[in-house]
Design a protein around this ligand. Structure first.
Ligand SMILES: [Zn+2]
Length: 203
């Protein structure tokens, strides 16, 4: 018989990893491909209309998306609807990623056309300019990735496009020694990925 000896130190580390990482689950809608892009989500929304909701857009677009099991069980209404055939499987070795598309800042927040949208104006007020777009994207993605992985988020709106989550982010102002904090809105995508939907969603 082979006995594996584990030192207390190792056991401590093992226990810590085990207890501190929550179990994540992946939504499965059998027979369809997960939507990896906004365009594919849009196609699912259109397809659901055409097929008379035989396959509903919510389920098609949640296919492959991942959340902690505790959140699914206690904070969501799941199954999504009556006769929903979706189910949840354990998502092991999940790689959590967050993506913040450059056009959200370059083409929207810092677009003079939308600048008088009160939310976008805030970024100008804090001293940021269009040239900061790439670093703002990187900063937001970095913070959101950590918060999503640490389950430090609130569930936002669930609709035909899928589930949004709200994540609090902090930025250092460019024109004043002051930190600002606000809520940004992210859309769930398959395989533990989130993509920035709303740079500034509220205080
Ligand atoms: Zn379903």
């Amino acid at each position: 018989m082979k006995v594996q000896t584990v030192s207390f130190e190792q056991a401590g580390v093992l226990a810590k990893q085990f207890f501190e990482s929550p179990q994540w689950g992946r939504f499965v809608h059998e027979g369809t491909k997960p939507a990896y892009t906004n365009r594919e989500k849009q196609e699912n929304v259109e397809w659901a209309k055409v097929n008379n909701n035989k396959h509903c857009a919510v389920c098609l677009n949640m296919n492959g998306c991942c959340l902690p099991v505790d959140v699914i069980e206690n904070k969501m209404k799941f199954p999504f609807h009556e006769n929903c055939h979706c189910y949840v499987v354990p998502a092991n070795n999940l790689e959590i990623t967050a993506e913040s598309p450059l056009p959200k800042f370059e083409g929207y927040v810092f677009n003079p056309e939308y600048m008088h949208n009160g939310k976008n104006e805030l970024f100008w007020e804090w001293g940021f300019v269009k040239e900061d777009s790439a670093s703002l994207c990187a900063e937001l993605a970095n913070q959101a990735q950590k918060s999503y992985a640490d389950v430090d988020f609130k569930l936002g709106k669930l609709d035909a496009y899928g589930q949004r989550i709200d994540i609090r982010v902090k930025l250092q102002r460019r024109n004043k020694f002051e930190e600002v904090s606000f809520i940004s809105g992210w859309m769930l995508y398959p395989d533990g990925k989130i993509i920035l939907a709303t740079p500034y969603g509220g205080k």
